[in-house]
Design a protein around this ligand. Structure first.
Ligand code: ATP
Ligand code: MG
Length: 420
C-alpha cells in the first residue's frame, strides 16, 4: 500500500472487475449507436452558472452536491454533476440544431462528480451513459429512448428492473397544479427547509422519503387531475407506443422532477435488488431547458443510466456477463534466444490481429504456465533451445491438451487460421 488512498466516496476500477464496467458501457451505448445517436464528449468541468441554471438553483445537486472551484484566472467552475446541461450547451455552441436536422440525437459516457454521503451505490465519483434527443417534440422520441434503455438492460441479462412512468404537464397546466399543491402544502406540519421548498420547488416535496411527510401527503392534489388535454394525449401516445413495443411500465404519479423546464414525460428505471439506492437510471422531457441557458426553444428528451449501479444490479441478480477473453495466445520462452524468437512471433500475431501475451522476466516453465492458464488463452507457445535448433515451437491447445511442433516460420499463419 502507498501512503495514499482513493478519496472518500470514490473507488478504483481494477481488473478483472473493470471489464464489467466496459461491458456495461458498451451494452448501454450499442442500441444508441444503432439508432442514429452520435457520440459527444464535453469537458469534465463547466462554468458553474451552467449547472446553476441548467440543473436548477433549488436542486440538491446544485445547493449541496457540486464540487466548485475558482481558477487562478478567477473563473468559477464546477466538476460536472450530470450530463444534460453540458450536452445541450455544446450542441447550441456548435449550432447542431441549425443544420435543419432535428432532432439532434447524441449519446455520451463519462465521469460525474457529486459531493454526497457515500454509501453502497452512492459515490462522489460515478459514471453514466446518457442520451439526449434535442429539438423535437414527438412522443415517438420519448418512447424510443425508453425502449432503447430497456433493450440495453435486457441485453445485459437484467430482468428485475422496473420502469416507472409519469407526466409532469407543460407550461399551460403545470403552473395551475403547482399553485394548488402549494396551497395544500402550506397547511401541513413541516420543517423549515421543507417549507422553503414549497415556495421554490413544491413538486419535490412529493418526493420526500420521510414517513411523517408522506403520511400528510395522502390527500395532496394529483397532477394527473390537472393535465391539459394536449399533455394527456401526448402521454397516452407514449404509453401506447411502449405497450405496442412490449415494454412493461408502471404508472407512478409520485415520480417528479420539480423544475419548470422538466415537462411531460418523466421516467425512472429502478432495480429491486439494490436496496435504497434503487434508481439505476432516469430521464424525461426538458422542453424548457434550452431557453434557461440562453438558447432558442428546443423541446428535448433524454436519459442517463448509472454504470456503477447497473454493475451492482448485475451482481444482485447473479448475472455473469459473457466477457470476451482478451488473450488468445500466450507465449512462454525458455532462455534468451527463445525470448527473442517468441517475442517476434507475439509481435507478428498482434499485427495480424490476434490477441497475444508473453511471459516476461525470464520466468520458469511452471510459473509461466500458471500465468498462461490465468490469461484464459486458448493456445500457448513454448520454445526452448532444442526447439529452436529444430526451427520449431511447441503449440499447445489448452482446451484439448493436444501439443504439436509447428515450424517457427509458419506459426503466425497457423494460429491465425486456427483462430479463424
Ligand atoms: P438518486 O435519487 O439515487 O440520488 P438522482 O435522481 O440523483 O438519483 P440522476 O441525476 O437522475 O440521479 O442520475 C441518473 C443515474 O445516475 C441514477 O439513476 C444513478 O444510477 C446514477 N447516480 C446518480 N448519482 C449517483 C451517485 N452519487 N453514485 C452513483 N450513481 C449515481
Ligand atoms: Mg441524487
Amino acid at each position: 500500500m502507498s501512503t495514499f488512498q482513493a478519496p472518500k466516496g470514490t473507488y478504483d476500477l481494477i481488473p478483472p472487475d473493470s471489464a464489467k464496467f466496459l461491458a456495461v458501457r458498451e451494452a448501454i451505448s450499442a442500441p444508441l449507436r444503432d439508432s442514429g445517436y452520435g457520440y459527444i464528449e464535453t469537458p469534465g468541468f463547466e462554468n458553474v452558472e451552467l449547472f446553476a441554471r441548467g440543473v436548477g438553483e433549488s436542486t440538491d445537486i446544485v445547493t449541496k452536491e457540486m464540487y466548485t472551484l475558482t481558477t487562478k484566472g478567477g473563473d468559477q467552475l464546477a466538476l460536472r454533476p450530470e450530463g444534460t446541461a453540458s450536452v445541450l450547451r455544446a450542441a447550441l455552441e456548435a449550432n447542431l440544431h441549425k443544420a435543419g436536422n432535428l432532432p439532434v440525437k447524441l449519446w455520451y459516457s463519462g465521469s460525474y462528480y457529486r459531493y454526497e454521503r457515500p454509501q453502497k451505490g452512492r459515490y462522489r465519483h460515478f459514471s453514466q451513459v446518457g442520451a439526449e434527443a434535442i429539438g423535437t417534440e414527438d412522443p415517438v422520441l420519448d418512447a424510443e429512448l425508453i425502449i432503447l434503455a430497456d433493450q440495453a438492460y435486457r441485453s445485459l441479462g437484467l430482468r428485475q428492473f422496473r420502469i416507472l412512468l409519469n407526466s409532469l404537464g407543460d407550461k399551460e397546466c403545470r403552473p395551475v397544479y403547482r399553485e394548488a399543491l402549494q396551497t395544500f402544502l402550506r397547511d401541513l406540519d413541516l420543517d423549515e427547509e421543507t417549507r422553503r421548498r414549497i415556495e421554490i420547488n413544491p413538486l419535490r416535496v412529493l418526493d420526500d422519503k420521510r414517513a411523517d411527510v408522506q403520511k400528510q401527503l395522502t390527500d395532496a392534489p394529483r397532477l394527473r387531475d390537472y393535465l391539459c388535454d394536449a399533455c394527456k394525449a401526448y402521454h397516452e401516445e407514449v404509453r401506447a407506443l411502449l405497450t405496442a413495443a412490449g415494454v412493461v411500465y408502471e404508472d407512478d404519479e409520485k415520480l417528479v422532477r420539480g423544475l419548470d423546464y422538466y415537462t411531460r414525460t418523466t421516467f425512472e428505471f429502478v432495480h429491486d435488488g439494490l436496496g435504497s439506492q434503487s434508481a439505476v437510471g432516469g430521464g424525461g422531457r426538458y422542453d424548457g431547458l434550452s431557453e434557461m441557458i440562453g438558447g432558442p426553444a428546443l423541446p428535448s428528451v433524454g436519459w442517463a443510466l448509472g454504470v456503477d449501479r447497473t454493475v451492482l444490479a448485475l451482481e444482485a441478480e447473479g448475472v455473469e456477463l459473457d466477457l470476451p477473453v482478451t488473450t488468445s495466445v500466450y507465449a512462454v520462452p525458455l532462455g534468451d534466444e527463445a525470448r527473442r524468437a517468441l517475442f517476434a512471433v507475439v509481435t507478428g500475431l498482434r499485427r495480424a490481429g490476434v490477441a497475444a501475451d508473453f511471459a516476461f522476466g525470464g520466468r520458469g516453465l511452471k510459473g509461466a504456465m500458471k500465468s498462461a492458464n490465468r490469461s484464459g488463452a486458448r493456445y500457448t507457445l513454448v520454445a526452448g533451445e532444442r526447439d529452436l535448433a529444430e526451427g520449431v515451437v511447441q503449440l499447445k491447445d489448452m482446451e484439448s491438451g493436444e501439443q504439436t511442433a509447428v515450424a517457427l516460420a509458419d506459426v503466425v499463419a497457423e494460429l491465425t487460421t486456427r483462430l479463424g
